[in-house]
Design a protein around this ligand. Structure first.
Ligand SMILES: C[S@@+](CC[C@H](N)C(=O)[O-])C[C@H]1O[C@@H](n2cnc3c(N)ncnc32)[C@H](O)[C@@H]1O
Length: 258
């Protein structure tokens, strides 16, 4: 039996209370969300991303994996650009760095290829090490997918264009490997806040916890939302994991006119 640690228990309760208060405040600001859950540096919203994004503060990058069958002719990229906040001209995504897993075998559109976004700066290839999404009942799904990097803030040059990370689907039918998302996140600055508007089972959130990035996730499906909350909570609780704290966001100093 482990010994009761009153101090650790007290600190844990205090952190839970802070997270609970922050969740309540964020929910007041964003009534479009059905639920808001704060876990450490992660804000998780259950709801339709196009509605929830309207009440968010600006973020630095979107790292996302939109539903299969969605292609760029649907205009998601423009929808991200179009979301305005606080009635001013600021857009939701400050630097519009979007790492977008794409090039889906789109059965809906009758083609393996989806349209590449016009502003793509770089295309990386994800080698899944197998065919399909790890579910061999769908063997016609390709063994590679393209990752589109959009925007200017990508930190560093391309060192590898093929990223090999084994596909798995333990929590979600189209789950991406945490290691793949971690590799993408290492290119984003440590002070950045990362948004995944199609969070699914929370893989991007788990990767953000591992690498000490602030995370905002949105998911429509309540069951996947629950799974995301649980995975992110466990990622914080894992005792063998080194969790880096995010760097404070840089603050613009006032100009001295003397
Ligand atoms: C391709 S899956 C993402 C899987 C995720 N990368 C993972 O590793 O678990 C896309 C997710 O987007 C969600 N989704 C679809 N439309 C949405 C919307 N309008 N707002 C928020 N989430 C949505 C789906 O429920 C699905 O879980």
């Amino acid at each position: 039996m482990t010994k009761y640690d009153a101090k650790a228990n007290g600190v844990g309760c205090y952190h839970d209370w802070i997270d609970h208060k922050r969740s309540a405040l964020l929910h007041e600001r964003c009534t479009a969300a059905k639920r808001v859950v704060v876990i450490g540096n992660c804000e998780l919203y259950e709801g339709d991303c196009l509605e929830v994004m309207k009440c968010l503060e600006p973020v630095d990058a979107v790292v996302t994996d939109p539903p299969y069958g969605v292609n760029f002719s649907c205009g998601w990229e423009n929808k991200f650009r179009a979301v305005k906040i606080n009635n001013d001209n600021d857009t939701l995504v400050r630097d519009l760095v979007i790492e977008w897993l794409g090039d889906r075998p789109s059965l809906m559109f009758g083609s393996w290829k989806t349209e590449k976004p016009k502003s793509t700066k770089m295309v990386l290839i994800w080698d899944k090490g197998t065919v399909g999404m790890g579910d061999l009942s769908l063997p016609w799904f390709p063994g590679t997918e393209e990752i589109y990097v959009i925007g200017n803030g990508w930190n560093g040059t391309r060192t590898r264009s093929v990223l090999s990370h084994y596909v798995r689907n333990e929590f979600h039918p189209t789950e991406k490997p945490v290691s793949l998302i971690c590799e993408l996140l290492t290119k984003c600055q440590k002070s950045w806040t990362i948004l995944d508007p199609f969070m699914g089972s929370g893989t991007t959130g788990v990767a953000c916890v591992k690498l000490g990035r602030r995370f905002i996730g949105i998911e429509l499906d309540p069951d996947y939302f629950d799974i995301a909350c649980e995975r992110i909570r466990k990622a914080y609780d894992q005792p063998d994991m080194f969790v880096e704290q995010p760097e404070p966001a840089p603050i613009q100093e006032g100009f001295d006119y003397d």
